[in-house]
Write a protein that binds this ligand. Structure first.
Ligand SMILES: O=c1ccn([C@@H]2O[C@H](COP(=O)(O)O)[C@@H](O)[C@H]2O)c(=O)[nH]1
Length: 233
């Protein structure tokens, strides 16, 4: 089932059972689901199949980063599982991203292919420590332009950069933004955060929300509060 909702709920769980327990409380008409490294490493393609069986569109968030041939193969494998979206690291460079795009095209696979720019958990100090001497905003712009030129459908960035990327890369270039923190949620390890409403106003096309929903005392009430905030906006 396809949905108009911009919400992507991150199923960061340590077991298939726990993930499906949450999925069974959610509605594929109201959100998409994201499968990340922990859950996929534990349960593999079974989780994707189980979520598809429940009618959800799945973002497989494995952030591939390797030599071009390896990433192209991994992206093809993800797309052949029928996922709605898959991602690579823009830091893998132009040739890596182009190889991934070319592989999907060659096999007629329509999965959205996006690139991670700068993780939303990082701030300027973190970038400096890994040898990047510019601000997160500058690095995101640089990587988003490279991703766009390399045929990506969009990027993962923080909502704080979405407005600028809308100017640089256009409306239709996807801006998938984690680090979403409604007023009732704590930031935790996230650094470049924004509320759901502000994120949409800034130009995010999709909002990734994990713990504010999945770790809430009442996850359904938390999700409804986010939806209400978006509807009010
Ligand atoms: O830059 C990034 C890229 C991916 N993520 C992922 O999104 C969710 C966010 O979960 P919260 O619990 O809402 O913080 C998580 O799965 C990350 O792996 C990200 O946060 N930032």
């Amino acid at each position: 089932m396809s949905t108009d909702s911009p919400l992507i709920i991150a199923l960061d769980y340590a077991s298939l059972d726990a993930a499906l327990c949450m999925a069974d409380r959610l509605d594929p008409a109201r959100c998409r689901l994201k499968v990340g490294k922990e859950l996929f490493t534990r349960s593999g393609p079974d989780v994707v199949e189980a979520l598809h069986g429940r009618g959800f569109e799945v973002f497989l968030d494995l952030k591939f980063h390797d030599i071009p041939n390896t990433v192209a193969g991994a992206v093809q494998a993800a797309a052949e599982q029928g996922v709605w979206m898959v991602n690579v690291h823009a830091g893998g460079g132009r040739r890596m991203m182009e190889a991934a795009r070319e592989r999907l095209q060659r096999h007629g696979l329509s999965t959205h292919l996006i690139a991670v720019t700068v993780l939303t958990s990082m701030e300027a100090e973190d970038l400096a420590e890994v040898g990047v001497g510019v601000t997160p905003a500058e690095q995101v712009e640089r990587l988003a332009m490279l991703a766009s030129q390399s045929g990506m459908d969009g990027v993962v960035c923080s909502a704080q950069e979405a407005a600028r990327l809308r100017e640089l890369c256009g409306e239709s270039f996807l801006k998938v933004t984690p680090g979403i923190r409604p007023s009732f949620a704590v930031a935790g390890d996230q650094r470049r955060v924004m509320t759901p409403r502000d994120a949409m106003a800034a130009g995010s096309t999709h909002l990734v929300v994990g713990r504010p929903v999945t770790q809430a005392d009442d996850p359904m009430a938390a999700l409804a509060a986010i939806e209400a905030e978006l509807a009010a906006g």
